[in-house]
Write a protein that binds this ligand. Structure first.
Ligand code: PMP
Length: 407
């Protein structure tokens, strides 16, 4: 019998989101879940996505057939071009295997499963995660039986990157470890390495023969510039690395619930690369088949319509600039308000950090007070989803923060 099954704790993030939803105070502020909101705190359907939707609705050839095991080819190939660049040597030399997945989570999982099965770890090499990282990374890699380790990332002192700590950890880990890297807009800190720092990270990874695993959930959403947000991945590929990428279209297309993602494996340049890719693709197909048979079609069709149509693509780029621009403006507004209020401490990290999240530096006690006294909801590590702030509530939030840091 199942008497011994212990009760698992509820997911802390979604539990908090539910508590916020149940709060009837009309001043409440939801800074929990990383989903874009417009200036009226409402979900936003991207205009480019609306148009793609209309194209599908009017397509006489539309049907509800299964997709192939590896997904919709028009989508996966466009997704590879998007992340690696149209002129990527890896694409030209047929060194890329792409498999459509259940959004970014499914891509991380498929990659984890593949590594668990095929990545040689003679010394029980670990998967190194940044400290902190997206909480689900721990569960996903643990579920496939890979051991975890962590590398320093966030400096509580500077509220920026602990680059010294990061370098030392990568240097001292066993050769051939798996290193999970956030391609841009690091979750939960909003802190990214500079290009010079990426170059140094690549040097260490090469020297140590580590395997880089990029998680990219915010391309275009972070800076508003698709190429800029993919810079680190493209740099590693130019440097000839063997690597993999988990790509999500949840944030940048606003397709959260459709679960559109892609897993890419890139072989290093070699005469046998195309052959290696064929073998890797065949194994990924078996893993995919045993888990989901074939990926969901609708979201991939929307993404494909946007990515493969020049006009819709250009409109999408405008939409990305609008989302990232609103978030940057909100960061500035929050920083200015805290400045006006003379709030204790240095808040420059609010404008230096990038993407959906800010690691505010608020303590667990202060976070609790914000909830109890002001109906403001954020995770207890002090992370706020910037998208939950807008021109109407940013002052209310700043005043509440000012109060809790003074107490
Ligand atoms: N990785 C990171 C770092 C993320 O922040 C997210 C989104 N929270 C994901 C992966 C995957 O999200 P999804 O499965 O919704 O694409």
């Amino acid at each position: 019998s199942f008497e011994a099954v212990p009760l698992a704790p509820a997911d802390p993030l979604f539990g908090l989101a539910a508590a916020c939803k149940a709060d009837t105070c009309d001043r409440k502020v939801d800074l929990v879940v990383g989903a874009y909101r417009d200036d009226n705190a409402k979900p936003w359907i991207l205009p480019a996505v609306r148009k793609a939707d209309a194209i599908l609705a009017n397509d006489p050839n539309f049907n509800h057939e299964y997709l192939p095991i590896a997904g919709l080819p028009a989508f996966t190939s466009a997704a590879a071009r998007l992340i690696l660049g149209k002129d990527s040597p890896a694409i030209q030399e047929s060194r890329v295997t792409s498999v459509q997945t259940i959004s970014g989570t499914g891509a991380v999982h498929l990659g984890a499963l593949f590594l668990a099965k095929f990545y040689p770890r003679p010394q029980n090499q670990e998967v190194h995660l940044s400290s902190p990282t997206w909480a689900n990374h721990h569960q996903i890699f643990t579920n496939v039986g890979l051991p975890l380790a962590s590398y320093p990332y966030f400096s509580a002192k500077t509220k920026g990157l602990d680059f010294e700590g990061l370098q030392a950890a990568l240097e001292s880990s066993t050769d051939g470890s798996i290193i999970l890297l956030h391609a841009c807009a690091h979750n939960p800190t909003g802190v990214d390495p500079t290009r010079d720092q990426w170059v140094k990270i690549a040097e260490i990874i090469r020297k140590k023969r580590h395997f880089p695993f990029f998680d990219c959930a915010y391309q275009g959403f972070a800076s508003g510039d698709l190429a800029n947000d993919a810079w680190a991945i493209r740099y590693f590929i130019e440097q000839g690395f063997e690597l993999c990428v988990a790509q999500s279209f949840a944030k940048n297309l606003g397709l959260y619930g459709e679960r559109v993602g892609c897993f890419h494996f890139i072989s290093p340049p070699s005469p046998s690369a195309a052959d290696a890719n064929k073998r890797i693709a065949s194994q990924l197909a078996i893993l995919q088949r045993s888990e989901i048979s074939n990926p969901p079609a609708y979201g991939a069709r929307i993404a494909s319509a946007v990515l493969n149509d020049e006009k819709l693509f250009a409109e999408w780029e405008d939409n990305l600039r609008e989302m990232s621009g609103r978030i940057k403006d909100t960061r500035k507004a929050l920083f200015d308000k805290l400045g006006e209020l003379g709030t204790l401490g240095n808040w420059s990290h609010i404008v230096k950090q990038i993407g959906m999240f800010s690691f505010t530096g608020l303590t667990e006690k202060q976070v609790l007070k914000l909830k109890e006294e002001s109906h403001i909801y954020l995770t207890k590590n002090g992370r706020i989803s910037m998208a939950g702030l807008n021109s109407r509530n940013v002052e209310y939030f700043a005043i509440a923060v000012d109060k809790v840091v003074r107490e």
